[in-house]
Design a binder for this molecule. Structure first.
Ligand code: AMP
Length: 307
């Protein structure tokens, strides 16, 4: 099924305990489209400035991503994000956010994208997220992601977007910031009242939890010692999850559980190198192998309890 993603295509400058990477390809749309591209074709909507290196778009196209919806705005600079990770790799510190061309972005979906059945509103301006959604003629499943920047700066607009989505993914701190609750289950319950029926709360190296009215699912993360740069983990997670859902064409809870593990597998690769670098070599087989590792690390006992 057709998957359309709107999100940022960015130039990131990153610092982690493992080194620095100035002015590299990043963005929520970029990472999520790259992860999703392993499961089928992806349509991407975003905006960049005239300063954006065009070879980055060629790289995305080579992975089967349709970039006809990535507009080049000649009047401004590409969205830039500077981030730093300290000893706790789960926490990104934003050093600078320069919206550039994103500030006036009024996305227009190419006509050929309008019949997309799955829509992922990756982390970006909630107004732009809604605008894209409004141009889709028959979306069956709408997922969204957001972050502290938008929760803080554009709360009302974000709430309006949330009223239109089925699944919201966000990290622990953002779930607390959005809802004012502490316990993650309470956060999820409050988010249900805002619209989403499925809430996925990401916890970095501790994995992710999926909440619905009826059930809770806890997915681990693969413990890793070769983390280099956590940037893009959340977007890769969501991209892998949505890409899988689009490939399977079902959104029942069992399929969602599998999709979360697929997303977790994608995220576990993204963090092995700076920026999008790991995607240059990542293969389908590697994703499959890692998928099964998730089953192995959560299997315990013989499913009978006696003492
Ligand atoms: P994550 O997957 O959560 O690590 O997201 C990392 C990506 O988010 C980076 O490549 C940034 O370019 C992008 N990003 C940072 N701040 C924002 C923002 N306010 N809106 C959209 N994307 C952002």
């Amino acid at each position: 099924m057709s998957l359309c993603i709107v999100g940022t295509v960015a130039i990131d400058s990153l610092e982690s305990p493992y080194g620095q990477a100035p002015e590299i390809l990043g963005g929520s749309g970029t990472f999520s489209a790259l992860a999703a591209s392993y499961f089928g074709p992806v349509r991407l909507i975003s905006v960049v400035g005239a300063d954006f290196p065009m070879e980055h778009l060629e790289y995305l196209r080579a992975r089967g991503i349709n970039t006809d919806g990535v507009y080049v705005d000649p009047d401004g600079a590409t969205f830039r994000w500077k981030g730093r990770y300290g000893d706790d790799l789960n926490v990104a510190e934003t050093l600078e956010t320069k919206l550039g061309v994103l500030a006036n972005f009024q996305p227009r979906a190419p006509e050929l994208f309008a019949d997309s059945r799955l829509v992922f509103l990756a982390n970006c301006d909630p107004g732009a997220q809604r605008r894209v959604l409004a141009q889709m003629t028959k979306p069956e499943f709408v997922a969204a992601d957001t972050m502290n920047f938008w929760i803080g700066h554009t709360r009302e607009s974000l709430l309006e977007t949330l009223g239109k989505v089925t699944l919201l993914s966000l990290n622990e701190g953002e779930a607390r910031m959005l809802t004012g609750e502490r316990a993650l289950k309470s956060c999820a319950q409050k988010i249900f009242s805002l619209g989403p029926k499925v809430v996925v709360i990401k916890g970095g190296e501790f994995g992710a939890m999926m909440f619905t009215e009826g059930e809770t699912f806890c997915a681990p993360a693969i413990p890793k010692s070769d983390v280099v740069d956590p940037t893009g983990a959340g977007d890769s997670f969501a991209g892998g999850m949505l890409g899988y859902l689009a490939a399977v064409g079902r959104y029942d809870l069992a399929t969602l559980r599998t999709a979360i593990i697929v997303g977790s597998a994608c995220a576990s690769f993204a963090i092995e190198n700076f920026g999008t670098e790991r995607y240059r070599t990542l293969t389908h087989d590697e994703i499959l192998t890692r998928f099964w590792q998730f089953r192995d690390i959560t299997r315990y006992g013989d499913f009978q309890l006696r003492w």
